[in-house]
Design a protein around this ligand. Structure first.
Ligand SMILES: Cc1ncc(COP(=O)(O)O)c(C=O)c1O
Ligand SMILES: N[C@@H](CCCC[NH3+])C(=O)O
Length: 411
């Protein structure tokens, strides 16, 4: 089921015709569906219900909008954060500090101290032993103990785009699995730290369960090893990474298949399992609505220049990512065109030689599946404002982030 469907009034977000949002808010605009978010959260939780003792921490990096986080908190999700800014967003949205996992590859001393003061429930230690030592010292100075897990790099190729792959030896994330036992021994001796387990995350937009299963199996062997060394392992953080269908015919693992795989691999682990989904919860719950500025003749085919750009949706420029393009009120004709934004950068292109609904100057259209890593990755390049964000719920909508331009750009 999709929450962005065509009705007599054209393309709608739930019960709201998209032109009504364009009239009220302007374009470009990120539009989220509350029902789609709730539905994705509910399906994720339902699939995992075959597992004992699970907790879900939404990866805030995928969509840090406060209203979105608040909605997901209402669905029982905690948060997986990577910065002090994300921590403040999560806390501000009503997520309890104890339900927050602090990942992040380079946490500053200040961020660690603030997180300890806030009472963050789990620190995922990465990279260096130093991080554990600094955290332990900061905790001790506060008369506290920080609950932590060690992020391990299982050296498994997730089979995804190189720029969103994180679980191979050459990536910057996590401690090499071969080094993990000795490091765990040393970290576990530090006062101020309660080391309770391990974490992993091998990459994002994974469309195959096999690499995840291989990585989880390696972590299972590590858990056995660590227990044999006398460590009480009570928690394993399995990360996120599940892919979504960006193309209509993309095949991705079902949540039930994922849960069944996890149930099989973790059968004997006897631990609390933490999940950190981002894209699979928010990705399909958003579209980026844009207006065609003009259709410009090109050497081989026309360029459709839209008012959204790579500063609103960076994924095509960064990863050659595919986002489906659909006219809000198509006339039934098709055209083959390049779709580009107005930014002075050759990479500001959303699609090349794409067969799309015919559009003309002034028409509205959407890029689909932009609810994750869409507005989250926006910038003000070319002194363009950050686009507004709107949350639709039934036949109502509200602006949940205003169009924003730093003052010095506007002056
Ligand atoms: C540590 C960690 N957890 C969770 C996520 C969320 O990933 P995804 O949006 O692919 O579920 C990421 C991003 O890839 C991550 O780095
Ligand atoms: N920004 C990436 C995902 C990054 C995941 C970070 N661990 C994307 O849009 O696909």
């Amino acid at each position: 089921m999709t929450y962005f469907d065509r009705r007599d009034s054209g393309l709608c977000a739930e019960g709201v015709p998209l032109p009504a949002i364009a009239d009220a808010v302007g374009t470009p605009v990120h539009v989220y569906s509350a029902a789609a978010l709730r539905d994705a959260a509910r399906r994720f939780t339902a699939a995992l219900s075959i597992l004992p003792r699970t907790r879900t921490a939404f990866a805030v990096k995928a969509n840090p909008n406060s209203a979105v986080l608040h909605l997901l908190a209402g669905c029982g999700f905690g948060a997986d954060i990577v910065s002090g800014g994300e921590m403040r967003r999560a806390l501000g949205a009503g997520i309890a500090a104890s339900d927050i996992v602090f990942s992040g590859v380079g946490k500053t001393d200040r961020e660690l101290a603030d997180a300890l003061d806030a009472g963050i429930g789990q620190f995922n230690l990465k990279l260096e032993e130093e991080e554990g030592r600094v955290l332990a010292a900061l905790a001790q100075a506060r008369g506290k103990r920080a609950v932590a897990v060690l992020r391990v790099n299982p050296d498994v190729d997730g089979g995804t785009h190189a720029k969103i792959s994180t679980g191979q030896r050459e990536n910057k994330f996590g401690v090499a699995i071969a080094d993990a036992p000795a490091m765990y021994d040393r970290l576990s001796r530090l006062d101020g730290l309660d080391l309770v387990g391990v974490a992993l995350h091998i990459g994002s937009q994974l469309h195959d369960l096999a690499p995840l299963e291989a990585a989880y199996e390696r972590i299972g062997s590590l858990v056995i090893d660590l227990r044999a060394r006398g460590h009480g392992i009570t928690r394993v953080d399995l990360g996120g990474g599940l892919g979504i269908p960006y193309r209509v015919d993309d095949v991705v693992p079902t949540l039930d298949a994922y849960a069944a795989m996890v149930a099989g691999v973790t059968r004997d682990w006897d631990v609390d399992l933490i999940f950190e989904p981002g894209r699979v919860v928010a990705g399909l719950a958003g579209v980026l609505m844009t207006r065609v500025i003009w259709v410009k003749p090109g050497a081989d085919r026309p360029f459709v220049i839209v008012d959204a750009a790579m500063n609103d949706l960076a994924r095509p420029a960064l990863y050659d990512a595919f986002h489906r393009f659909e006219a809000v009120a198509p006339d039934g004709e098709r055209m083959v065109a390049n779709i580009a934004g107005p930014i002075c950068e050759s990479g500001d292109v959303f699609a090349l030689a794409r067969d799309i609904d015919r559009v003309r100057r002034g028409d509205l259209a959407v890029f689909h599946a932009t609810g994750a890593y869409g507005a989250a990755m926006a910038s003000s390049y070319n002194c363009r404002p950050l686009s507004p964000q709107v949350l639709v719920d039934g036949d109502q909508f509200e602006i949940v982030a205003d169009r924003f331009l730093p003052e010095e750009f506007a002056a």
